[in-house]
Design a protein around this ligand. Structure first.
Ligand code: SF4
Ligand code: SF4
Length: 122
């Protein structure tokens, strides 16, 4: 399962970031979210949601041996993995990188997105 994004529909409201941090960490802190809304320089109308693409070939794990499924599904990862991601898909804050684990099958961000910018994709 993946989350498909339609950037054209994203209003930039940040609700997805808020619910992600709330669901996983119990606080609303958009920098502790696995999704982030990238805005253009002028902060006009172009909003691009960024999150892990759930790649089959996980470049983020290059150089790591024996990473099991449980570890892959964690929400908090090390910043090293975020730095290896070719898509710059993870948010880093301090010692942590925030990785979309699809809320272990029950994605919260999809539920709160009022514009329908996110949909499930298999
Ligand atoms: S962190 Fe980056 S490389 Fe790793 S699975 Fe997600 S998008 Fe792919
Ligand atoms: S699916 Fe869950 S972990 Fe992934 S960005 Fe949405 S709320 Fe965060």
């Amino acid at each position: 399962m993946k989350i498909k994004i339609d950037s054209q529909k994203c209003s930039g409201c940040h609700l997805c970031e808020m619910v992600c941090s709330l669901f996983h960490s119990g606080i609303i802190h958009i920098e502790k979210s696995a999704i982030r809304i990238q805005k253009d320089d002028l902060d006009t109308s172009l909003n691009t949601p960024l999150l892990c693409r759930q790649c089959k070939e996980m470049k983020c794990l290059d150089g790591e041996e024996g990473v099991n499924t449980q570890e892959r599904k964690k929400f908090i990862w090390s910043p090293n993995r975020a730095e290896r991601c070719p898509f710059d898909a993870l948010t880093i804050l301090g010692e942590n990188a925030y990785h979309c684990n699809l809320c272990l099958g029950n994605p919260q961000c999809i539920k709160v997105c009022t514009t329908g910018a996110f949909t499930f994709s298999k």
